[in-house]
Design a protein around this ligand. Structure first.
Ligand code: DLL
Length: 441
């Protein structure tokens, strides 16, 4: 089922026309209302009226995360604060959050975009929907919440955490859909098994999972574990929140961008040059309908590529690949660039391991040392006598290291722990722990 047929199946040229008209309005609005945009455009020698085609967007200066921090809290708002109906913020752990705002109209648009996204994932009006994204400044909880209501489905606003209660509610309410981070859903599956509940026997049929990078191998574990279709949803508070793009249940191959609300570009992360479709680089988004917090060429720090081929689901919108990772999370191991999801893909091929892992970076002399921490499953510990000193463990360790070397071209230091030792996620999983600047005693 397609929710907004007109927008989601619009021919490409027509969509470009709509985007151009909305882009012009957004630029005019931002130029008039936000000193930052006026100064940035003046400095670049470009005026909104100079934009004659969507491709002209490349002439405009970028917006960076630093600009949001420099104008904390409301310096980039384009309407009076009293017209702002809601505030959200980034889930960043360092320093103050980056703050964004929405007018009532922005919230209505967002709800429609998320309703469309849920349909794309296989949802429909009348569904019962378990929402395990955190509620608060983070856009996941309330973003999905309003989308479910807009769709005409029933939302269960559980938020993240209290996993046993989540499981009780899933069993008692019998939802069709669930939303959470993939890492938290793995935690829920694992807890079900510990509580003697077969996760494949729940009522769940589809999952709307995102807010963090995850691999195909993790998708497979979730789909097999719960017997559901798991689709990837992408978004970020600076641009709007969840729903900027989502995979369709039919293809699960690339995320459909809500192009009537956002223009996507991929740029070379060093030169800022726009890259052709198919090439991997940094995603950049421009909002087309937001009034309170328009963003013009926001550099997301997320690495992906864009694809224009038509999808088997019938949607004509541009698709983006799944996010390989964030620029800040990229590990440079002896000159080789590695994303945590690539490590994840290899680890999850080993059924002896649980799907939980963490990478620690430490300083060793003048070099960085990368330690990958994994844990064996409980059944491995039960099946292998004296598992910690066994040959089976030694063989497993060398097999993982060899596979890692083959897949990623790097040698890693592997630490294998007992089951249930590594931290479990209740929201966004922390995959990389950088200990280089911590004091060693
Ligand atoms: O994570 C919004 C969201 C909520 C998306 C629920 C999907 C579902 P922020 O907290 O601002 O917003 O974090 C945004 O999270 O720049 C990406 O690095 C990462 N991210 C979001 N979705 C995905 C995804 C929400 N599907 C940052 N795959 C983004 C990989 C993702 N990374």
């Amino acid at each position: 089922m397609i929710f907004n047929v007109e927008m989601e199946t619009m021919p490409h040229d027509q969509m470009r026309e709509l985007q151009l008209q909305r882009l012009k309005e957004t630029l005019q609005h931002a130029y008039q209302q936000v000193l930052f945009y006026r100064e940035a455009m003046d400095q670049a020698g470009i005026h909104p009226k100079d934009i004659m085609s969507v491709d002209d967007i490349a002439k405009l200066p970028f917006l960076q995360k630093k600009d949001l921090r420099d104008h904390y809290p409301f310096g980039l708002f384009a309407v009076e604060r009293s017209k702002v109906a809601r505030i959200h913020g980034s889930s960043g752990t360092k320093g103050k959050p980056t703050i964004v705002g929405y007018t009532k109209e922005d919230l209505d648009n967002w709800a429609e975009i998320v309703a469309r996204a849920i349909c794309c994932a296989g949802g429909k009006p009348g569904d019962l929907f378990h929402n395990a994204y955190g509620y608060g400044l983070f856009t996941g909880g309330l973003g999905l919440h309003n989308g479910v209501e807009h769709l005409g489905a029933t939302v269960v606003p559980v938020s993240g955490g209290n996993t046993s209660r989540q499981i009780t509610l899933i069993q008692d309410f019998a939802p069709r859909g669930i939303a959470s981070t993939p890492s938290y859903l793995l935690n829920i599956i694992e807890t079900m098994r510990k509580e003697g509940i077969d996760p494949s026997k729940t009522s769940l049929e589809y999952g709307v999972l995102g807010a963090e990078p995850w691999s195909e191998e993790m998708r497979q574990q979730i789909e097999e574990g719960l017997g559901i279709k798991a689709v990837d949803i992408y978004g970020l508070s600076e641009v709007m929140g969840p729903g900027v793009s989502i995979e369709c249940a039919e293809a699960q191959d690339g995320l459909h961008i809500a192009e009537d609300h956002f223009i996507a570009e991929v740029v070379d992360r060093h030169t800022g040059k726009v890259l052709p479709y198919g090439e991997i680089g940094e995603l950049v988004f421009t909002s087309l309908t937001k009034k309170a917090f328009p963003v013009i060429r926001y550099r997301t720090g997320d690495i992906a590529s864009l694809h224009s081929e038509t999808c088997c689901c019938g949607r004509t919108t541009l698709r983006m690949s799944r996010i390989k990772g964030r620029v800040d999370d990229m590990l440079i191991i002896r000159g080789v660039n590695v994303f945590p999801t690539e490590i994840e893909s290899t680890l999850l091929q080993f059924t002896e391991l649980s799907p939980h892992y963490q990478v620690e970076i430490m300083r060793e002399g003048s070099l960085d040392r990368f330690e990958v921490h994994v844990e064996v499953t409980r059944s491995f510990m039960e099946q292998v006598p004296n598992w910690e000193t066994s040959d089976t463990l030694a063989l497993l360790k060398s097999a993982i290291c060899l596979q890692m070397k083959e897949n990623l071209g790097v040698s890693i230091h592997l630490q294998i722990h007992a089951a249930d030792v590594l931290p479990r996620s209740e929201g966004k999983a922390i995959r990389v722990v950088d200990k280089r600047n911590s004091v060693q005693v």
